[in-house]
Design a protein. Structure first.
Length: 277
């Protein structure tokens, strides 16, 4: 008995909406994907290896310091004190929110100058070319007025400077970023004239020193340290000729690579250094 002819109900490959790939082709595609992932991974690891660490630990005269360099030729720096609504930030968490997506580029941030109870700077403060507080040359109490004090600033050309406040006033530059604090730690390679070699006043401290006109070193102590030892660290360990004290006790650091975001004290102006896009 003749067998009935069965109708071929299987759709053609064309009707399936695309060409079917044979097993060898599928294996080749899979191998290509694995290879591409490996190349990307190697590139990322090489980039991480080649990228200088944002901050490094230094031991000096029995004290430990964290040093965070800023290279103005390769990185970006900004000063921040207020949020988009004009309220003082007072800490790194608010700074991170203000930065938004740019927070992913942060190498480090520190407090950057003395301030009043509201968080406003008490000396010269220039943010992105806009002067928000005037230079202060008056006498007064506290470390800020331990003359000579000084100004850390970056010019419109990107060059970095630390000047004694009176010298800054005489030169009258037009900075992009500037913050006044005090006392000066180093003046042309010499320690501040009021510093003892290793005085009895010992606190957490942070400051900034200039290596050359495009390199600054932001430093925070890991424990209590005298003004004299702190100043010598900038000169003898980092090779700075000018350095400025930024604050003590409230000294704070945000260093994402170290998993650190200090929040022990309300802050005033802050400096943040980011990888350049």
């Amino acid at each position: 008995m003749p067998q009935p002819v069965l109708e071929n109900t299987r759709k053609s490959d064309a009707c399936d909406g695309g060409m079917k790939l044979s097993r060898p082709v599928l294996l080749s595609v899979g191998a290509l994907i694995v290879l591409m992932c490996a190349i990307v991974t190697v590139a990322m690891l090489r980039g991480a290896r080649d990228r200088d660490p944002a901050c490094a630990i230094h031991d000096f005269e029995g004290s430990r310091f964290i040093v965070c360099p800023f290279d103005a030729q390769r990185q970006d720096m900004r000063l921040s004190s207020r949020d988009a609504e004009g309220d003082y930030l007072r800490g790194f968490a608010a700074l991170e929110t203000l930065l938004g997506r740019d927070a992913a580029r942060v190498r480090f941030a520190m407090n950057a100058g003395m301030f009043n109870e509201q968080g406003a700077p008490i000396g010269l403060y220039v943010e992105n070319g806009e002067r928000q507080h005037v230079l202060r040359l008056t006498e007064g109490p506290g470390n800020f007025h331990l003359k000579p004090n000084g100004v850390f600033w970056q010019g419109q050309d990107g060059a970095l400077h630390i000047d004694v406040s009176e010298d800054y006033a005489a030169a009258a530059p037009q900075p992009r970023w500037a913050t006044q604090s005090g006392p000066m730690l180093l003046i042309n390679g010499a320690l501040h004239p009021r510093f003892a070699e290793d005085g009895a006043s010992r606190l957490m401290r942070n400051g900034v020193g200039i290596g050359d006109n495009h390199t600054a070193y932001f430093v925070i102590s890991s424990g209590f340290v005298s003004f004299g030892r702190f100043a010598r660290f900038f000169r003898d360990e980092l090779g700075c000729r000018d350095a400025l004290f930024l604050d003590g006790t409230v000294s704070s650091l945000w260093a994402p690579e170290m998993g650190r975001m200090d929040n022990d004290h309300p802050l005033g102006p802050m400096v943040v250094v980011m990888d350049r896009r």
